[in-house]
Design a protein around this ligand. Structure first.
Ligand SMILES: Nc1ncnc2c1ncn2[C@@H]1O[C@H](COP(=O)(O)OP(=O)(O)OP(=O)(O)O)[C@@H](O)[C@H]1O
Length: 335
């Protein structure tokens, strides 16, 4: 983890060189006004840095403030306080838009247009030269596996196909930075795999990617960095490998040894049962259970397998939210 990066709620992130950051927010806050009622605080003091070349997963439960942040980064709405920089410029800088590929939350398409016609309009808006446009449109349609549907009307597309067209338009201008709001929404497992391949190949050509998602297994597979938000506040951010490996352990108990579980299960941060009946337990701190695990591994060498240093993102995510909820409950009690 970089020096000063937030690992605990409320900690401050020390600034990384702006040159190395494709996105940087500083104490960003947003309150939506409401008539005759207190406003909704959607974002509260958010400070994050997305370094150049990274694939950054922006996570949080419904209503955490992800779309609000993305809208501010795209200058679709104004923040109430704080600062947002994209590719080293304030987020309202118009010139920067030509270097970004953007997929909004629930994009709307004109159903009468074919995929090709829609992308042609987008390419014109991006001022791609006319001689380049057809080739580039074919290229992005092929990237998202929609080449066979170029001449079909968008109105006939499934949700997943619409999402692919949305990703295709985000790729049109060969962006330096992709900002994608829930790009995996509506994609089947093949679509998700293709999306992950697209993102990894984009990174290879030097594009940085910032996307929000609820599909934690996919985020774990491709992201090198994450931030987790809850109720508009940052719970943690950093390199995924460092956040997940922080002293954790995964223990697998072979099928038929459920009796071993009894005293372990109460201290595990996460548990899951495999189809073959084996149990997988995740521990936040290996040290706290190591003596007991050593003892069990000595008595049941075939039944207990310990791999240090890798908590699943899903377990980490729930643990962060649970800690936040307990802290909020304690704060309420103290009031
Ligand atoms: N235009 C708006 N006016 C008033 N409140 C809003 C508006 N947009 C969002 N909010 C509120 O701001 C908070 C954050 O919403 P936001 O859409 O940013 O969350 P999110 O993390 O993207 O959620 P989801 O995962 O469900 O898409 C929520 O409480 C939401 O009700």
């Amino acid at each position: 983890m970089e020096m000063g990066e937030v690992t605990e709620q409320g900690a401050e992130q020390v600034s990384m060189d702006m040159e190395d950051a494709v996105i940087r927010t500083e104490n960003l806050s947003k309150t939506y006004k409401r008539w005759f009622r207190p406003g909704t605080c959607a974002l509260n003091d958010l400070t994050i840095t997305v370094p150049k070349g990274s694939i950054f997963g922006f996570l949080g439960p419904n209503g955490a403030g992800k779309t609000t942040t993305i809208k501010i980064l795209m200058d679709l709405i104004k923040c109430t306080a704080g600062k947002a920089y994209v590719l080293g410029k304030p987020s309202y800088d118009v010139d920067v838009k030509a270097k970004i590929g953007f997929l909004p939350d629930s994009p709307a398409f004109s159903p009468q247009l074919t995929a090709y016609e829609f992308l042609n309009i987008c390419a014109k808006l991006l001022r791609l030269p006319s001689e380049v446009r057809p080739g580039r449109i074919e290229e992005v349609l092929s990237d998202v596996k929609m080449a066979d549907h170029a001449r079909d009307k968008i109105g006939s597309f499934s949700r997943g196909m619409l999402q692919r067209v949305g990703v295709a338009q985000a790729l049109l201008n060969k962006p330096e930075l992709l900002i994608l709001d829930e790009p995996l929404l509506g994609l089947d497992p093949f679509g998700r795999q293709e999306f992950k391949n697209i993102i990894l190949s984009q990174r290879e050509r030097g594009t940085s990617v910032f996307f929000s998602s609820h599909i934690l297994s996919d985020v774990e597979e491709i992201c090198d960095r994450i931030a987790i938000l809850n109720k508009g506040r940052l719970l943690c951010t950093g390199r995924l490998d460092e956040l997940l490996s922080a002293n954790g352990a995964t223990v697998t108990i072979a099928p038929g040894h459920d009796d071993i579980l009894k005293d372990l299960i109460t201290t595990a941060s996460g548990t899951s049962r495999q189809p073959d009946g084996a149990w997988v337990l995740n521990f936040e701190h290996l040290e706290s259970v190591k003596p007991r695990l050593d003892e069990l591994a000595g008595s049941f060498p075939e039944a207990v397998k310990v791999s240090a240093g890798h908590e699943k993102l899903e377990d980490f995510f729930f643990r962060c939210l649970e800690n936040d909820r307990s802290k909020a409950a304690m704060d309420d009690e103290a009031k």
